[in-house]
Ligand binder design. Structure first.
Ligand SMILES: *Cc1c(COP(=O)(O)O)cnc(C)c1O
Length: 332
C-alpha cells in the first residue's frame, strides 16, 4: 500500500450522536455522524477529502488550485477557504450565470478571495474537461503551476477522506458498543460514498453503505463510485478484494433536480431542526434524510438494526434558499 500525504485540516474525530426523538418517531435507532462539525467556515464532508487533495497539490509544488462546481458549491467554498490559508491562489469554475445576489457559499468564496469564472450551464455540462484544461493552461502561460481538483474532490486521492472516516466510525461503534446495520449519506459526486464503501470493506465492518443521490440516477452513481474506488485501489496499491464490492444507490428522492427541493424536504429540515437542533440543507443532507425516513418506513433499509446518517454539512446552502423555506412554510 502506498501512503498518501495528508494535511491536518479538519476537527476530528467528529461526534457520533443518537437522535432520540427521530428514533422514537421512526421506530428505529438512528445515529448521526456529525461531519457538519468538521469545522465552521470549512464545515462538511469536503474538508476530509481536501486534506488529501491539497496535500497532493502541495507535494507537487502547485501554487494555484483550479476547481469547479455549482454556484452554491460547498466544495468550492471549502477549497477557497483552505486554499487561502495554505497560500494557494484559488480559481473557481462555476456552473451558471453570475447571480444578482451574492449569498451563502458564493459569498464566502468571495470573502476568501477566490477568483471566479462563470459558465453557462449547458456549455459547462458539455465541456467541463475542456474548460478546466483551458483555464489551467492560462495559469501555466502566466508562469504558475495549477493543480486541478475535479468536482467534489471525488477522485482516487479524495477517496482517502472517507476511507479514513470509516476507520473513525469503527472506533465510534466500538466505543459506544453498537453494531449498526446501515450507513447512509447524501451522494452528489460519489467520493464520500466511495470512501465509506471502500473503507468499511477494508475495515471488515459488517455494515451496508447506501448513498442517496441528489442529481444523477442510480446507474450513473454506481459506475462513478465503482470507478473512484478502483482508481484509488490501483493508484495506491491497496490490497483489497473488490469482488465483494456492493454499491447501493437510492435515486427516488432527487425530486425536480439538483438543488431543487420540494415541500417535504423543507418540512423535514424544519422537523429535524426543531426536534434535534440539527441543521440540514435542501441540496444534500435534507434530501438524504427525507429519503432515509421514507425508506425506514417502507423497510427499503432492510432489517431492524441501527442506522447511521452521515451528516455531510451544507448549512450555507440553506441560507441561500431561505425564500423557498419561507414560501413552503407559509410564512411568506
Ligand atoms: C458535496 C456534498 C455532498 C455529496 O458528497 P459527494 O462526495 O460529492 O458525493 C453531500 N452533502 C454536502 C453538504 C455536500 O456539500
Amino acid at each position: 500500500m502506498k501512503e498518501a500525504p495528508r494535511l491536518n485540516l479538519a476537527h476530528l474525530p467528529t461526534p457520533l450522536q443518537h437522535l432520540t426523538s427521530i428514533s422514537e418517531q421512526a421506530g428505529r435507532n438512528v445515529w448521526v455522524k456529525r461531519d457538519d462539525l468538521t469545522g465552521f467556515s470549512v464545515s462538511g464532508n469536503k474538508i476530509r477529502k481536501l486534506e488529501y487533495s491539497l496535500a497532493k497539490a502541495r507535494a507537487e509544488g502547485a501554487d494555484v488550485i483550479v476547481t469547479c462546481g455549482g454556484i452554491q458549491s460547498n466544495h468550492c467554498r471549502a477549497t477557497s477557504i483552505l486554499g487561502a490559508k495554505l497560500g494557494f491562489k484559488v480559481h473557481l469554475l462555476l456552473r451558471g450565470e453570475e447571480p444578482e445576489e451574492i449569498e451563502g457559499n458564493l459569498f464566502l468564496d468571495q470573502v476568501a478571495g477566490a477568483e471566479i469564472s462563470y459558465f453557462a450551464k449547458r456549455y459547462y455540462q458539455a465541456h467541463l474537461d475542456f474548460i478546466a484544461e483551458e483555464i489551467c493552461e492560462k495559469h501555466r502561460q502566466a508562469g504558475e503551476k495549477p493543480f486541478f481538483i475535479p468536482t467534489g474532490a471525488s477522485d482516487a486521492v479524495g477517496v482517502w477522506g472517507y476511507v479514513n472516516a470509516a476507520e473513525e466510525l469503527k472506533a465510534d461503534f466500538a466505543r459506544l458498543g453498537i453494531q449498526p446495520e446501515h450507513i447512509v449519506t447524501a451522494t452528489g459526486s460519489g467520493g464520500t460514498q466511495a470512501g465509506l464503501t471502500a473503507g468499511t470493506l477494508l475495515q471488515d465492518m459488517p455494515v451496508k453503505v447506501t448513498g442517496y443521490a441528489v442529481c444523477d440516477d442510480e446507474a450513473w452513481f454506481v459506475n462513478k463510485v465503482d470507478t473512484d474506488i478502483r482508481d484509488w485501489a490501483e493508484s495506491y496499491e491497496i490490497d483489497l478484494d473488490l469482488s465483494s464490492l456492493k454499491i447501493a444507490v437510492r435515486d427516488d428522492y432527487i425530486g425536480e433536480g439538483y438543488a431543487i427541493a420540494s415541500k417535504p424536504i423543507f418540512d423535514t429540515i424544519t422537523k429535524v431542526f426543531r426536534s434535534e437542533s440539527l441543521l440540514l440543507d435542501p441540496v444534500y443532507s435534507g434530501k438524504a434524510f427525507y429519503g432515509m425516513l421514507c425508506d425506514i418506513e417502507s423497510n427499503e433499509l432492510d432489517g431492524e438494526g441501527d442506522i447511521v446518517f452521515v451528516h455531510t454539512g451544507g448549512a450555507f446552502g440553506l441560507f441561500a434558499q431561505r425564500q423557498e423555506w419561507l414560501k413552503y412554510s407559509k410564512i411568506l
